[in-house]
Design a protein around this ligand. Sequence first.
Ligand code: UTP
Length: 404
Amino acid sequence: MDYQRTKAYLEKRGQQQLLEYYDELSDADKEILLNDIEITNFSAVNNISAAEKKRGKITPIGAVTAEEIKRRVGQFEAVGLDLLSKDKVAAVLLAGGQGSRLGFKGPKGMFDIGETRSLTIFEQQMNNIAEVNAKTGRHFHIFIMTSRQNHEQTVEFFKSKNYFGYPRDRVHFYIQDCAPTCDYNGKVFLDEKHRVSLAPNGNGGWYSSLVNSGLARILERNNVEWLNVYSVDNVLQRICDPVFIGATILKRCRCGAKVVKKVCAEEKVGVLCNEDGKPSIIEYYEMSEQLKNKKKKGELVYRYGVTLNYLFNIHDLNGTLSGKLPYHLANKAIPHMENGVRVTPAEPCGYKLETLVVDMVKMMGSCLAFEVDREREFAPVKNAEGCDSVVTARELLKKNGVIL
Ligand code: UTP
């Protein structure tokens, strides 16, 4: 789009502030800005006040419990291993986040959790994968979602580590799509005079970004049917777990979620529940005190916390592509241009727009809550210290026999 058309386009959307510094720019920077504007998805900021919808009726959900899993482990595992050995399952690592709470400069997966030796989160997760592949004698495809900010570093890191011994042609990287950031009135920020402020569009962007990257052709070519999506920040993450895969299939669910029993009512974790009769996830900050503390036979009624390890049937995922995933407003401190200067506020000043993987679960219609032992499978690294931190994750790794 040339300047005149861009101007008209922005005026129609009430976003003409993006051209505020246009006249000051060099020809090359003018081109960059016009291109940024062209690729910006302005529909995300339309009517931002409506972005947060009211929740429906919340009721508890049943789970395949740890006891049942123990009893039927052989049966579940056989189904999962069969699928894995036919290459019908692939993994997707969500590594596009900004990890602001950890405060580590660089991709979170490059954080070194070792004490006496070097052990990055990426390496630890790749080690966890080796166990499954040893059983099938095959290597499932791994898709690694990065962001514009951390893509090159992540790819270079894997290369420098020789993909941790994984076959090169089975590891694929792609960059997550972006959404604009904006002020509280929905006006999109400029990051620099010639750059629109764009941020990763939330962890719900993983599938559409995969399709947009062109990598979905690998899934089609291999007739992959299931995708196991997992977060970078759980060092005990068990990926493409055949027991989980088998249980989801035998229970005839379109999706599965690994859950852990909450340690207490106050634990800050999203909880799997039913919303208007359909599986959904309610965030801890959305739960009333009454809901959080509700008990039956001495147990919390809403007790299944999600671990960000999901299994999705690929055919159903295509239904989530049509832009139906809602945007959530994340109130953040966003660097931006103000009166001709780039400011870096210490306090929140606007919104990042994020789609969430939890909304995909809701769209699936059925979801198996698969209860795992948190001591063996859940060691999130969210913060530098305190709860869900490097310190707690190290302790859990050691309990699981990992030498740090
Ligand atoms: P979090 O919700 O913890 O976000 O991500 P974050 O950005 O990593 O960390 P904070 O909130 O700034 O401290 C959960 C998982 O989703 C991925 C993260 O990499 C992590 O694996 N994620 C998050 C993405 O891949 N893209 C995003 O846009 C957001």
